[in-house]
Design a binder for this molecule. Structure first.
Ligand code: 5AD
Ligand code: SF4
Length: 429
């Protein structure tokens, strides 16, 4: 989401600034930030120290902090000794040119107003991705699910959906520029709503733009993953067979306390519905270890749910208390650090095993892959992704004129000949 927001920021500033790959040359550094866990914020503070040191050497340089940390910490950031000139929250990016002239005049600039309707739908993002075949399209902003551990509703404000027509137009324009894949983005894409257009209908419309455009989306909340959406996914071959469905915990007691609004049975029912409609669908998740009051039995339930689902991939985290959330106000953060860490490690080890098993099951299968680039390890090898979102590395055949058979952006059919825990190895057919 921040990557897509940075593309909006660059667009808003494009008449005043070019981008550079070398921050030591920059006249303006904007740090786009995340508040989801304390660790994310600490990393930003470390970077800010680096930038502040650079600023001492280059007095004209300006430093701004934007995104969720700006929203959460507001004036405190300007008062700190980090020498920040500018603080701008996620809904205030249109104020940047005005705030920057203020900064040029020697003042500080701050805008952290949240909005009920800002979607930046009229702003054409400047694409910052390097492969030029895959792009993000932000379809909604904000979240009001109020999961008890989560800071996002406070930093990104109320949920709002972007006009469907502008989303379809953006997808069409990307196809015209040669893009082959779009990922529709939102904190909870399943609750997308623009008049009569719900998320399933939006997917129909975007998938109809071009049969050679792959469609992905992130993230879905299990409570609103509808049968209609599953049916639409199954009906369009260019909608990728891949769902990221954050479970957070396998224990219904924890899920209730997390205010996730579903229980273990509901979640497993959604998994069954996905598998029934699309037996080959890739499924990934997010898991939090050591939430408030989590018992050894709750933790075991998470491990058993992971095995039951057989996830292909997971993002796994230790619970990090966030100031202002319901959990921080009502539940003590009572799981000792070493217990959190041990549980997280058990979760990570199990997932490594499950990912490897999932890859082994793919050996011998054939997949259509979208070629994304050269393999980092070996220049004669390229890699692509299959519809399930797994990386497939393959030897790129050399043609008589010395060029490679497959270029970035081509579709290829590959047979999987082997695997590592993280990657499939394939042979193009
Ligand atoms: N502590 C740990 N992980 C969190 N996440 C969200 N809030 C927290 C928190 N306070 C995780 C959830 C979510 C993902 C984006 O980040 O798993 O799905
Ligand atoms: Fe946070 Fe829950 Fe909203 Fe996801 S759905 S952003 S975890 S409050």
């Amino acid at each position: 989401m921040n990557f897509a927001d940075s593309e909006i920021l660059v667009s808003i500033l494009k008449d005043q600034y070019d981008t550079t790959q070398d921050y030591a040359q920059a006249d303006l550094i904007l740090v786009n930030t995340c508040s989801i866990r304390d660790h994310a914020e600490q990393r930003v503070f470390n970077r800010l120290k680096e930038f502040a040191a650079l600023k001492k050497k280059r007095p004209g340089m300006k430093l701004g902090l934007v995104g969720c940390m700006a929203e959460r910490l507001k004036e405190q950031l300007l008062d700190s000794d980090l020498d920040i000139d500018l603080v701008v929250g996620p809904d205030a990016y249109r104020s940047l040119p005005r705030l920057l002239s203020q900064v040029e005049a020697g003042q500080k600039g701050i805008d952290t107003l949240l909005s009920e309707d800002e979607t930046y739908e009229d702003i054409l993002p400047v694409r910052l991705g390097t492969n030029r075949i895959s792009a993000f399209i932000s379809i909604m902003r904000g979240c009001q699910n109020y999961c008890s551990y989560c800071v996002v509703p406070y930093t990104r404000g109320r949920e709002r959906s972007r006009d469907a027509g502008t989303i379809v137009d953006e997808a069409r324009s990307l196809v015209d520029q040669g893009y082959k894949e779009v990922t529709l983005l939102g904190q909870n894409v399943n609750s997308y709503k623009d008049g009569d257009v719900n998320f399933a209908e939006l997917m129909r419309r975007v998938a109809s733009v071009s049969p050679s455009l792959r469609i992905r989306f992130s993230t879905s909340h299990p409570k609103d993953l509808s049968d209609e959406l599953i049916a639409v996914m199954a009906a369009y071959p260019n909608i990728c067979r891949s769902i990221h469905l954050p479970v957070q915990s396998g224990s219904s007691v924890m899920l209730k306390k997390m205010n996730r609004k579903y229980d273990r049975e509901w979640y497993l029912d959604r998994i069954r519905a996905i598998r029934k409609a699309m037996p080959d669908c890739g499924i990934s998740t997010d898991i939090i270890a050591g939430f408030c009051g989590e018992t050894e039995e709750d933790h075991k339930q998470t491990l058993s749910l992971m095995e039951e689902v057989g996830y292909d991939f997971a993002f796994m985290f230790k619970y990090s208390e966030r100031p202002g959330t319901f959990a921080s106000r009502h539940y003590p953060d009572d799981i000792p650090e070493e217990v959190k860490l041990r549980r997280l490690n058990e979760i990570i080890n199990l997932q490594q095993h499950l990912s490897h098993e999932s890859n082994k099951r793919d050996v011998g299968k054939r997949f259509e892959i979208l070629v994304e680039g050269e393999s980092k390890k070996n220049k004669a090898q390229y890699f692509g992704r299959n519809s399930q979102n797994k990386v497939v590395v393959f030897d790129n055949p050399v043609l008589p004129d010395g060029s490679f058979r497959y270029q970035v952006g081509d579709y290829a059919v590959a047979e999987v000949t082997g695997c590592t825990p993280a990657t499939l190895l394939g042979r193009t057919l």
